[in-house]
Design a protein around this ligand. Sequence first.
Ligand code: AP5
Ligand code: MG
Length: 193
Amino acid sequence: MINIVIFGGPGSGKGTQSAKIAKKYGLFHISTGDVLRDHIARKTDIGKVAHSYISQGMLIPDKLMIKILEDLMRSRVEETKHGVIFDGFPRTLPQAQELDMLLTTLDTRIEAVIGLEVPDDELTKRLLLRGQESGRSDDNAEAIRTRLAVYHKQTKPLMEYYKETGRYHAINGVATIDEIFDQICAVIDKANE
Ligand code: AP5
Ligand code: MG
C-alpha cells in the first residue's frame, strides 16, 4: 500500500498524471476538484456552496473540505486499500495536518509528495487553452489569476511542511506528459522499495 499526494499549481498536470499513476500502481484517485464539480452537477447542498467559491477561483473552507474528504475515505475502505493518489488535497496547512492524522487512525501514511513545478505563465497558457472547451467555471482569465494567487499564498507554503519530513519530491512539470510520468514513476518506485 502506498499513499501519494500530487502537488502543484492550477494546470500543472495533477489530474493528467494522477490518472496514469492510479492505473499503473492500482491506486484510488481522489481529485477533490472532481468531487466538488460532481456535487455542483448534482446540485447538492455541498455543490451550491462549492460553486460560489470554485467559480471565483477561491478555496472552499477547510472545515467543509476536510469533512468531505474524511467521509469519502471512510466510505471507500475497499477501493482505497491498495493506496490513494490525492490530487488537489491538501491545499492548506490545516488540511495537511488533518490528512496526516486521519491516515494515522487508518494505520497508514503519505509516503511521497510529488511536486509538479511549472511557471505561472505556462500554467496560464494551459488553462486558457483548456478554457476554450472545458466548460469549467474557473477556466477564465480572472479566475485563473485568483487561482494562481491562492496557490502561492495558501498552498505553496505546504511544500515546507512536506520537505521538513523528507517527503517532498520536486519534478520539472514542463516536459511531455510521458517524460514527466517517467520521472514520477522513478520517485514512486524508490519510495515503495
Ligand atoms: P482542482 O480541480 O484541483 O483544480 P486546479 O488545482 O486549479 O487544477 P486543474 O485541475 O485545473 O489542473 P491540474 O493540475 O489537474 O492539471 P491537468 O492535468 O488538468 O480545483 C478546482 C477548485 O476546486 C479550486 O480552485 C477550489 O475552489 C476547489 N478545491 C479543490 N480542492 C480543494 C481543496 N483541497 N480545498 C479547498 N478547495 C478545493 O492539466 C491542465 C491542462 O494542461 C490540461 O488541458 C492538460 O491537457 C494540459 N497538460 C497536462 N500536462 C501537460 C504537459 N506536460 N504539457 C502541456 N500541457 C499539459
Ligand atoms: Mg485537476
